[in-house]
Design a protein around this ligand. Structure first.
Ligand SMILES: [Zn+2]
Length: 256
């Protein structure tokens, strides 16, 4: 990384967040309270960098406020803690709709875009520089930290996935030696989820993860942070791979 970029980020990370932003995080992102103080401080630094580098755009008349920017940034940056990160380098813009919106982009456009569901979408992660979110669902996803549903964690997991090329459930791992175990464990778990979905069995992971390997990784990420204890108990190998990737162990958070 160019040193001027690194120096700029170091400076930004050292600036304390305004009290009003901390209040927003406290109110809208309850997961923050689960984090140890050192992680909270690290997250605050990441939020400064994220908000400096990313562009937010309100859609369908939505006015982008500090509340919107900070609430999204705090969750997106949760995925960056403890890691050597370049802050979602290919993602420049976050488009925010007031609520569930009808997408005007067809699946057939392809070019690496990951789309959710059919025409009604909560969020979307684009390969070429943008994430699209519904503000209603951002708030809903953040408010319950134990339901396994968080659209910001989901969409930004897609972004991490795409750092290694097309999204296919294979982000850039911190060590070369991790790739074989990652492919084996996530591949096996993905097939099991497909089988469970086909047989209507109860699962810890949301069955949307059976759609394709990219969705499996995004759903597993939501589950890792929001249903950590259950995931660890039912899917210990998957939990371990995600723990190594994210460098976090949310099942052990004492305040969560
Ligand atoms: Zn998805």
């Amino acid at each position: 990384m160019f040193s001027f970029k690194r120096r700029r980020r170091d400076r930004l990370r050292a600036i304390p967040l305004p009290q009003s932003w901390l209040k927003i995080i406290g109110r809208n992102v309850p997961f923050y309270r689960c984090l140890p103080e050192a992680d909270q401080r690290e997250l605050q630094g990441h939020v400064q960098v994220f908000l400096d580098e990313k562009h937010f755009e309100g859609c369908r008349g939505l006015q982008v406020t500090d509340e919107i920017r900070v609430t999204i940034a705090a969750q997106a940056c949760l995925l960056l803690l403890h890691r050597d990160t370049d802050y979602y380098p290919t993602m420049k813009s976050i488009l925010v709709y007031p609520s569930i919106y009808i997408a005007h982009v067809s699946e057939s456009m392809g070019n690496g875009m990951v789309t959710e569901g059919d025409s009604v979408r909560l969020g979307e992660s684009w390969h070429h520089g943008a994430v699209v979110l519904s503000w209603d669902d951002v708030l809903r996803g953040a408010s319950d930290i134990h339901d396994g549903h968080n659209v910001v964690l989901h969409e930004f997991a897609h972004q991490l996935d795409q750092e290694g090329g097309e999204a296919h459930g294979s982000p850039i791992l911190p060590r070369r030696s991790m790739y074989i175990a990652w492919a084996r464990v996530l591949g096996t778990e993905y097939v099991h989820l497909q089988q469970d979905a086909a047989h209507g069995r109860r699962t810890v992971l949301d069955k949307y993860g059976a759609t394709n390997p990219a969705e499996f990784f995004a759903v597993a990420t939501e589950c890792f942070f929001e249903k950590a204890v259950q995931l660890k108990r039912k899917h210990p190998e998957l939990y371990e791979e995600l723990k190594l990737y994210y460098q976090q162990d949310p099942a052990e958070l004492p305040r969560c």
